[in-house]
Design a protein around this ligand. Structure first.
Ligand code: PLP
Ligand code: LYS
Length: 423
């Protein structure tokens, strides 16, 4: 359930019509519903209410500080993967003791920043990272709290580009080779071993890969205990899928029940890193039709709806062939035709939808691209020198721009013409 619904033929976000927002903000823009964000966060988090757990929202999925601050106020922490995300999380008021740091390529500077900030855990992804972290911590005279991200070699049965827990993926340390690393880390002066973490992929629609992973982790924790290494945190990562089209992902409650059953007997705090399941259907992208056209070949004709948002604003369709439902903001359009909905960017791969049966729309009509709250704005770029779009949050009958549309000046901010180029 989300708060993007039609009322009298007009799409509303909570109590405000999307057209009214577009009139003030211009297009394109991302639009988030506070009530939906809150509802989805609580639905996930409260499913684990009876176990010791921490929900660390995956910042990469939707990183606006207003969104992070909302989840912080609901008791959430943050799963970060860069110094930039750490900066955002702290600015949003998230307690560093609720921040965990994943990622295969943490730089010395980023490790230092994490240590200085006093984060809860570093999810270390390689032996070299462990050594780097130990020496940075030694140099700073502190101890680094560590989980290793183990790679359980479980097939998450999702898109190949967002599968992360197979042995052929770059993430984590093969679970079978991790024991020696734990023993090594346990002896290091500036490392405190605290947990085991994993994350097998994103947009999972089955529970079984999570359960298989947790079983492997559980077995591994037993082996660690035999070596005298006790584990305080078990981090299962994120990955629960959502409905974009006709998927049937499990409800967070079902997911939680399966996990809790497997966790029984373990004395550790459970950490979860959900992203998409919380924000995916709490945000849409609004775009305006610029042109419609038909390109005819010998034996075919192709209809295009050209809109003012493209792959630089929402890259998922181009990057993964991902499906996003698209609907006109005004519902009264009745004649359907099969169209490609494309952006203004000079790439054939710049599309938001391909061969979609779509009501006949006209120049100036507003379209809502649904399920755009996760990996939407955060994956936007300035390709074709397009300023990044605005982000807006609605709460009831109010809305606020939570990120201004970029200006032309911001587009070239930091650029300069050196003397040896100037005429
Ligand atoms: C380490 C890590 N944690 C959490 C997530 C969040 O995943 P999702 O948005 O699928 O819940 C990701 C992204 O897949 C990730 O790489
Ligand atoms: N960017 C991906 C998800 C990647 C998750 C990161 N580990 C998507 O849009 O589906």
């Amino acid at each position: 359930m989300n708060h993007f619904q039609y009322k009298n033929g007009e799409l509303f976000c909570e109590d405000i019509s999307v057209s009214a927002i577009a009139k003030e903000v211009g297009t394109p823009f991302y639009l988030y519903s506070k009530a939906t964000l809150t509802r989805h966060f609580k639905a996930f988090d409260s499913s684990f209410a009876d176990v010791d757990h921490l929900t660390c929202f995956a910042v990469k999925s939707c990183s606006n500080i207003a969104v992070l601050s909302l989840f912080g106020s609901l008791g959430g922490g943050a799963d970060i993967v860069s110094g930039g995300e750490l900066f955002r999380a702290i600015r949003a008021g998230i307690d560093p003791k609720r921040i965990i740091y994943s990622g295969v390529g943490k730089s010395v500077e980023e490790l230092r920043y994490g240590l200085k900030s006093g984060i809860l855990l570093f999810n270390v992804e390689s032996e070299q990272e462990l050594h780097r972290l130990n020496s940075v911590a030694a140099e700073m005279g502190v101890t680094a709290p560590v989980s290793f991200r183990v790679n359980p070699d479980v097939d998450p049965k999702t898109h190949a580009y967002i599968s992360t827990g197979l042995s052929k993926n770059k993430f984590g340390i093969p679970i079978n080779e991790s024991l020696d690393l734990y023993i090594q880390a346990d002896d290091m002066a500036n490392i405190e071993v605290k947990g085991v973490s994993c994350h097998i992929g994103s947009q999972l629609t089955l529970i079984s890969p999570f359960v298989e992973t947790l079983r492997k982790v559980k077995g591994f924790v037993g082996r660690l205990e035999e070596k005298g290494i006790s584990i305080q945190y078990i981090d299962l990562g994120g990955g629960l899928g959502i409905v974009y089209d006709d998927e049937e992902p499990p409800h967070p409650q079902e997911y939680a029940e399966a996990i809790k059953e497997e966790m029984s007997g373990l004395e550790a705090t459970l950490i979860l890193e959900p992203g998409r399941v919380i924000v995916g259907n709490a945000g849409i992208m609004v775009t305006e039709v610029q042109y419609t056209k038909t390109n005819r070949g010998g034996d075919h004709e192709k209809h295009f709806v050209v809109v003012d948002a493209g792959m630089s604003d929402l890259s998922r369709p181009s990057l993964y062939g991902a499906y996003h439902a698209i609907q006109p903001v005004k519902e009264d359009k009745a004649v359907f035709q099969v169209v490609d909905i494309v952006g203004p960017i000079c790439e054939t791969g710049d599309f938001l939808a391909k061969d979609m049966a779509f009501p006949r729309v006209e120049q100036g009509d507003l379209l809502a691209v649904l399920s755009a709250g996760a990996y939407g704005f955060t994956m936007a770029s300035n390709y074709n020198s397009r300023p990044r779009v605005a982000e807006v949050m609605v709460a009831g009958d109010q809305f606020k721009i939570i990120r201004q549309r970029e200006s032309m000046e911001q587009l070239i901010q930091g650029e300069s013409i050196p003397e040896f180029v100037e005429k």
